[in-house]
Design a protein around this ligand. Structure first.
Ligand code: COA
Length: 147
């Protein structure tokens, strides 16, 4: 198993998988537009095949150069879920993104994957859930300075 930065040549495979596993309602073009300059895509490879991906992006930056980063996407191919890959991908990519973007905190929102984030977030975090037009959206903010 290997977790590494996505290569440019892997972009189309990554986008197709992201659409299938996470954002079926978005077009490939829309997902591609989200991969902007400050977005860091990482992939998880098992036996030479990509089975998961994650995108961290800069959310806010302070005068001292420290930043808050946002988890724009994380996905593991359906048949590989429940085996610890999501956790490994989250933790390793967070360490890499923290280093690259000088991050001190993270921001995540989710509809339905709260249990996963409670397992993988560092202990110093807060969460809140609000009803947005009938959809329960959970927001997490975590301090990552201790990582
Ligand atoms: C969310 C996702 C990336 C998790 O990947 P995964 O490889 O299945 O997760 P892991 O096996 O590493 O799970 C890590 C821990 O979270 C728990 N967990 C993961 N998903 C869970 C769920 N839906 N409900 C309860 N617990 C869950 C696991 O039991 C495990 O706990 P443990 O450490 O005590 O064993 C994967 O389910 C996925 O790709 N989902 C579709 C895309 C998506 O919804 N992404 C998140 C958008 S906000």
């Amino acid at each position: 198993m290997k977790i590494r930065k996505m290569r440019k040549t892997e972009k189309q495979v990554f986008l197709k998988m992201e659409k299938k596993e996470l954002y079926p309602w978005l077009s490939i073009r829309a997902l591609e537009d989200r991969l902007w300059e400050k977005a860091l895509p990482y992939i998880l490879e098992v036996d030479g095949s990509i089975i998961g991906g994650v995108v961290w992006e800069e959310y806010d930056v302070f005068p001292n150069g420290k930043s808050i980063i946002d988890l724009a996407a994380i996905f593991i191919l359906n048949s590989f879920r429940g085996q610890g890959y999501g956790k490994k991908l989250f933790e390793k990519s967070l360490a890499l993104a923290k280093e690259s973007l000088n991050a001190i905190a993270i921001h995540i929102e989710t509809v339905g994957q709260e249990a996963f984030y409670r397992k993988v977030l560092p202990s110093d975090y807060v969460e809140m859930t609000i009803n947005v037009g009938g959809t329960m959206v959970t927001f997490f903010a975590a301090n990552i300075t201790g990582l």
